[in-house]
Design a protein around this ligand. Structure first.
Ligand SMILES: [Zn+2]
Length: 329
């Protein structure tokens, strides 16, 4: 009989987003926990809308220098590099940016970031930006600048991410993007009703367009601040039942332990504009499902009848397909 451990040893695990707070000088030792959990690729956040755009450049510079000589890690920008990292026993790391503020109003910055290893970006983090509407704001849809940014992302080979965006902006991104769009870390709202979660029609539109929905492990998006593998699996199962196992992925949004970064609940308490009160963000602590729960998650899915090809797709195959279509190579 095939066990969860067999499956995890045979297939790439791609985590579409780390919830580690982006900061130059951040202690990155916690990344080892991803590797211990069997993660083969993780997207590390280098900037988001609550920070000035220049912070993304500072963080990129610092992370690139800190990680370039790490024998356990390979910085990647192509699918071939992800495969080479796996063959060499290294964990692939790419970068993502949450929101368009990091562009400083300049669509040309998309290609600059892509050249620096930012391979995935969303256009608005919870609140409206110059480009798009956020999920905790009144979303008026994409602006002309936002449409230009999507076109630049398609041209530069950067994955278009609709996580954290408002309904209308996400729907418009799905309409206009030439390459598959992902929700890197968004849960189905039909399972847990939170403004950060997405309705079934967006999940269907995402699947129709070739994209994937990465299931988020943050407790307040899974249920009433829960951190059990069963809740995580309930969200996976909903998306797979709705659109098939080829359109669901893992986006744990997990925050690894760090010696010098504030705790997640401290960070969200400091910015009630980005994390509005009354939406569960005041939970202390905010619970999380970590990648170390993967054997349990896979075990539960095997018990529900998932076969090896479906599990391989969920764990990393679907994101490999999206990356191949967006990044090339
Ligand atoms: Zn996020």
């Amino acid at each position: 009989m095939t066990t969860a451990e067999d499956i995890l040893s045979r297939h790439l695990v791609w985590d579409t987003h780390s919830g580690m707070f982006p900061a130059a000088g951040a202690d990155l030792a916690g990344l080892a926990a991803y590797r211990r959990a069997g993660v083969g690729h993780v997207a590390l956040c280098v900037g988001f809308d609550a920070l000035p755009w220049s912070a993304a450049i500072e963080t990129l510079s610092d992370y690139r220098r800190a990680l370039r000589d790490d024998p356990d890690i390979a910085l990647v920008s192509t699918v071939a590099e992800v495969e080479a990292a796996r063959a060499a026993g290294r964990m692939a790391v790419s970068f993502d940016i949450e929101g368009a503020e990091a562009l400083n109003g300049d669509p040309g910055m998309v290609a600059v970031y892509r050249a620096l290893g930012v391979n995935q970006m969303l256009l608005a983090y919870n609140l409206n930006t110059l480009a798009a509407g956020g999920c905790h704001d009144f979303d008026d849809g994409l602006t002309p600048f936002g449409r230009q940014v999507v076109a630049e992302m398609n041209r530069a080979g950067m994955i278009v991410d609709a996580t954290h965006m408002g309904y209308r902006s996400a729907a418009e991104v799905l309409e206009i993007s030439a390459s598959p769009v992902i929700f890197s870390h968004s849960n189905p709202r039909a399972v847990w009703d939170h403004e950060r979660n997405i309705p079934d029609d967006l999940i269907r539109a995402c699947a129709d367009q070739g994209g994937v929905v990465g299931i988020n492990g943050i407790g307040i998006f899974l249920g009433p601040n829960v951190d059990d593998a069963e809740s995580f699996v309930r969200h996976i199962t909903h998306v797979a039942d709705l659109v098939g196992p080829d359109h669901v992925a893992l986006g744990f949004d997990w925050v690894p332990p760090s010696r010098n970064l504030p705790d997640l609940s401290e960070i969200v308490a400091q910015r009630p504009d980005f994390w509005p009160r009354g939406k569960g963000y005041d939970a202390k602590p905010i619970r999380m499902v970590a990648p170390s729960a993967l054997p349990q998650i896979v075990g539960l899915l095997i018990a529900r009848g998932w076969d090896e090809p479906a599990l391989a797709a969920l764990l990393g195959g679907n994101m490999m397909r999206v990356a191949r279509a967006s990044w090339g190579g």
